[in-house]
Design a protein around this ligand. Structure first.
Ligand code: PRP
Length: 196
């Protein structure tokens, strides 16, 4: 999550060990879940034309691990989007495409790979956008589902974990662009995001 509406104050220098409280999902549990999702996708898309479309930057570790847990041929593509406006912890729902698909997806079986579905606004936009490109099928694979904050219903075909309404970082998820490299998913201490 990028910090939006910056005040110009000096940026907080993160302390990876001190800033994260509870570990919500351990690295070993993420590995096991990614293997399970990869096996399901392998079975469901056997003999088909699977393209994984990931959304930078948060989904990068999940995408990298998930594609290697799939044992049928897949193609991948990457998009990057950002929300207009909003605050540091809220998305606005108005999405701007920073990087579009590199190749057409018409006639392909597409699975969007996301790290987290929070309000659902980003994915709601992306689903409409990608449907317009005429894929044969379009499904959603999300590592984390935070239903407490949902503003728009999203069909999640492949779900890793349902999590409570806590500010989580790690395994791709950021605060102020940091913490993405943590190998687990942890809860950011409130005093850290209270500083900005
Ligand atoms: C995160 C995440 C999703 C989106 C989910 O991305 O990767 O794309 O927010 O939020 P929503 O369901 O409320 O729309 P973010 O905009 O933080 O960018 P990032 O992936 O670069 O961290």
């Amino acid at each position: 999550m990028a910090l939006r509406g910056s005040t110009g104050a000096p940026p907080h220098v993160p302390d990876l060990a001190a800033d994260v409280g509870d570990i919500l999902i351990a690295a070993s549990d993420i590995r096991a879940k990614v293997s399970e999702l990869g096996a399901r996708l392998t079975e469901d898309y056997a003999g088909r034309q699977l393209t994984l479309v990931s959304v930078l930057k948060g989904a990068l570790p999940f995408m990298a691990d998930l594609m290697r847990a799939i044992s049928i041929p897949v193609q991948i593509d990457l998009m990057e989007v950002s929300s207009y406006g909003g605050t540091s912890t809220e998305t606005s729902g108005l999405v701007r495409i920073l990087k579009d698909l590199s190749s057409p997806i018409d006639g392909r079986d597409v699975v969007i790979v996301e790290d987290i579905i929070d309000t659902g606004l980003t994915l709601n936009y992306l689903l409409r956008y990608l449907r317009g490109k005429n894929p044969a099928t379009l499904r959603v694979c999300a590592l984390l589902d935070k239903p407490a904050r949902r503003l728009v219903e999203i069909p999640i075909d492949y779900r890793g974990f349902t999590i409570p309404d806590q500010f989580v970082v790690g395994y791709g998820l950021d605060y102020g662009e940091f913490y993405r490299n943590l190998p687990f998913i942890g809860v950011l201490r409130p005093e850290v995001y209270g500083r900005s």
